[in-house]
Structure formats: C-alpha cells, structure tokens
Design a protein around this ligand. Structure first.
Ligand code: AVJ
Length: 320
C-alpha cells in the first residue's frame, strides 16, 4: 500500500519533470537502496568535506550543543527530519543519556527499513533512551505530533539537506516547520557554507565516478520501476558551481538525439543531442542569509556551531 503510493508519486513527478522545458528529475528519488549505498560512497570520499565537518562539530562541541539545546530543560522531544542512519545524532544522544537528560528521540524518515534499523541499533546501544520512529514524508509524518505532548520540541535537519531545496521550497519548508513550533522550541539546521569554489567543485565534480553513478542510478530506477529503457551510455553527468548564487547544479546531458519509452507511463520522451536534464541543486549559504531566513520565519539565531575551517554550520534557532 505504502509502496504503491510512492511508486505513483514517482510516476507523476517523472511525467511532470520530463514534460517540462528544461527537463528535470527530482533529487529526492536518488535514494532507493542502491542510491543510498552510492551516497555512502560519496560521503566516504576525502573530497566530500560536508559529512566530516558536521562530525567534527558534533564531536568537538557536543557539550556546548547539548547545553544549548536542553538549556535547563530536563525533558524534551528531539525530532530529526530525514534521520537516516542517525550516526551523527547518536553522538548527542549518548551525551544526553550520560547527563540523565530525559529526551524522547523521534527520527522521521521516508524509509521504513532505515527507521527499523536505527531503532534496533539505539535500543542496543542506548537502552535508557526513549525512541519512537515515524515513517513517511516529513510533514505528513509530523501531523500527529502537532501540539499535544506539551514537551519542548527540538527539530534537527542535518547534513545540508536543506541545500537541495529551491528558494520556494525552502520558504515552504521553514514556514511549515515554524508552524509546528511553540515559543521556546528550537530547530538546528545544517548548512554548507560558501567557500573556495575549488574546494566545492572537488566535492561534487567527480574524482572517483561516484557522483556520475549516483545520477545515472536515477535512470536505472526509472528503468526498473517505470519500465523505461534509458541507455546509460547515452548520458554524461556535469556539475557546475556558481559562486554568486552559491548553487551547485548537477545535470545529465544527452549525448545523442534519442527517444526513451516508459511503459508504466504509456509515454515516450524525446531528448535532443546535448539536451540537459536538471538533476540536483546543492545550495551553499552565508551566515547573513541564514540569519535573515531565521527571522523571516519567526526564529532568532541562538548559536552558530562551526567546524575549524568554517566550511559548515549547524545553526541553532529558537522560536520567538
Ligand atoms: C545529501 C543533499 C546533502 O547535496 O551535498 C552529494 C547529496 N549530491 N553529492 C549534497 C549529494 C551529490 C548531498 N545531500
């Protein structure tokens, strides 16, 4: 049942994206099982500094982070959007359990299996911790949370995932998040910062071929799930970075004039030679823009936790 709705959403979004001009596919569909594995390979590349930076922040500043989050409040809900394997958050959770802080951890993820694995791991490693996973799209899954526990809420949205949103999507996301918060509730969001374009390009342009595989796997997924017949050798992956807008963009470019059939959609799509398909946006921010975003949505920046090189920030906001 769940699988059914996700597949038809994939079909609807794919139809819309490939009938648009310019064509696009949505980056949220990168993460099937194989895509998640390839993303692990990306995270392990020495050039992909983002994960290392956030690890460094959580490891070296865990005391300050936990203090700022809990702030004398000995009972709260820690809700993580897109928790994944929860590896970084576990650093904070361990510290909270050590300090006997009564935290209820609520990981939210689109994948049932990811959630089940995380709950199992945490109940082994931190049996004192209360965990209740929610499966689904962020805001659908969060509906039952709206209001009634009476506990302070802290929302985590880590890993620079917010960078995947367009401007409009960011506005929508932050206003929805804001409406779930009461005065004194907090959110911590991981932003990748503008830095040397060369450093950024090394993380996204493709020294080991993982980014190419990551993008092509989207087409593999359409072949499997929508009965498409993409020939992968007919596409080239390209990354660009614009230091002005802070936008890293990934495209697949059609190497020939070609037609691709999609059985499941009953439609064929034509790709001109050199026609691009927009695959992913990974935005880079600066501290000033982050503060304005917070204020525009009824939050105040409480603290900016940064790594030694100032590459990345976990920005802690409090609801006015
Ligand atoms: C998981 C969205 C944070 O944008 O840096 C990595 C995904 N794409 N390399 C990012 C990604 C290409 C990643 N996020």
């Amino acid at each position: 049942m769940e699988q059914q709705t996700i597949v038809s959403e994939l079909a609807t979004d794919t139809l819309r994206g490939l009938n648009s001009k310019p064509k696009y596919l949505l980056s949220k569909y990168f993460y099937d099982d194989e895509g998640s594995r390839i993303f692990q390979d990306i995270m392990r590349m020495p050039e992909y500094y983002l994960t290392d930076c956030e690890f460094e922040i959580f490891t070296s500043q865990r005391t300050q982070i936990v203090e700022a989050i809990s702030e004398g409040c000995n009972k709260f809900e820690l809700i993580e959007l897109g928790a994944g394997d929860g590896l970084k958050t576990t650093i904070l959770l361990e510290h909270m359990v050590e300090k006997s802080i009564g935290v209820q951890y609520i990981p939210v993820d689109i994948s049932e299996k990811t959630n089940a694995d995380l709950v199992k791991k945490l109940s082994n490693e931190l049996p004192a911790l209360g965990v209740k996973a929610l499966t689904g799209d962020y805001f659908h899954a969060l509906k039952p949370l709206n209001g009634h526990s009476g506990l302070r809420k802290i929302f985590l949205f880590l890993g620079a995932n917010i960078g995947n949103f367009s401007d409009e999507e960011t506005q929508l996301f932050l206003s929805q998040l804001s409406s779930l918060c009461h005065t004194g509730d907090k959110v911590m969001i991981g932003f990748d910062l503008k830095k040397s374009p060369e450093v950024i390009m090394n993380a996204y342009s493709d020294p080991h071929g993982h980014t190419r595989r990551f993008n092509l796997n989207h087409l593999v997924r359409l072949n499997k799930e929508l009965g498409a017949n993409f020939d992968l050798s007919n596409f080239e992956q390209h990354t660009s970075y614009h230091p002005g807008t802070g936008a890293v963009k990934s495209h697949l470019v059609s190497l020939t004039d070609q037609k691709v059939d999609m059985e499941e959609l009953g439609q064929s799509f034509h790709f001109d030679k050199w026609e691009p398909v927009f695959m992913e946006l990974s935005r880079k921010f600066d501290l000033e823009t982050i503060a304005i975003m917070a204020e525009n949505h009824g939050f105040k920046v409480e603290k900016q936790f940064m790594d030694k090189r100032n590459y990345f920030v976990d920005s802690l906001w409090v609801k006015d």
